[in-house]
Design a protein around this ligand. Structure first.
Ligand code: PXP
Length: 243
């Protein structure tokens, strides 16, 4: 069965907008993760960024303790975060490129260009019992390089697909690239996941064309939608206490 990992970073984004530096505050990403699990999510994904713009160290520690599904820690291949991951022991880490200026992870990892460094990190994680996934563009060179690192999985970057979803010809071409990358990765023995920019509108056409998908990691659209579907209850609760 295709699995869903819910990325809860944006819950922390909202909290940090009001409570940065205070060590607590709402909305709580751990509480959100527990709701996602209760709703059937198969895993929780959180990105501990080097600049700590949303998820904080205390969040990943609490997530590790409290969730009962799998914890997928997204992270840059940086020594500081590697050490945190080795101590935290998430079930899996997904190595992503990180640029401070970007709003979210914009491009895939250049695995081919940093093969030796990534191989070392994959070995360190695997030795600690942590699986590794590499977040890459659907590019045959990057897929081949990912297999050479010894990582267990790749996560295909679906951002370009999501961006061109409204343009039929570009969408078709992007789906073709994703399908070819998924087939190549599967052939090379890698588990194939996908994520970034996925929504209830663009997931069905993706699944119709791209083979071997095991897990989708989805954040922004689920957290966004929860605002509109959840606002009614939040307003009613406030009116009730005012009455
Ligand atoms: N997968 C990876 C590796 C990501 O970096 C992100 C964004 O944080 C996601 C999935 C989720 O993307 P979105 O929030 O657009 O669903």
């Amino acid at each position: 069965m295709l699995k869903l990992g819910v990325n809860i970073d944006h819950v922390a984004t909202v909290r940090e907008a009001r409570y940065r530096g205070r060590g607590a505050g709402e909305p709580c990403p751990v509480a959100a993760a527990l709701v996602c699990e209760a709703a059937g999510a198969h895993g929780i994904t959180a990105h501990l960024r080097e600049d700590r713009r949303h998820i904080q160290d205390r969040d990943v520690v609490a997530l590790r303790k409290k969730i009962s599904t799998r914890l997928n820690l997204e992270m840059a291949n940086s020594e500081e975060i590697i050490r945190i991951a080795l101590k935290l022991k998430p079930d899996i880490v997904c190595l992503v490129p990180e640029r401070r200026q970007e709003v979210t992870t914009e491009g895939g990892l250049d695995v081919a260009g940093q093969l030796a460094a990534l191989k070392r990190t994959v070995r360190r994680m695997n030795d600690a019992g942590i699986e590794v996934s590499l977040f890459i563009a659907p590019d045959p060179i990057q897929v081949a390089a990912a297999a050479m690192t010894g990582s267990q999985s790749i996560e295909l970057h679906t951002g370009a697909y999501a961006e061109c979803f409204g343009k039929a010809r570009e969408r078709k071409a992007e789906l073709k690239r994703l399908a070819a990358a998924a087939a190549q990765a599967h052939e090379l023995g890698l588990q194939v996941n996908a994520g970034h920019g996925l929504t209830v509108a663009n997931v069905p056409p993706l699944l119709a064309v791209v083979p071997h998908l095991v897990e989708l990691n989805i954040g922004h659209s689920i957290i966004s939608r929860s605002i509109t579907v959840g606002l009614t209850k939040a307003v009613k609760e406030m009116l009730e206490v005012m009455r």
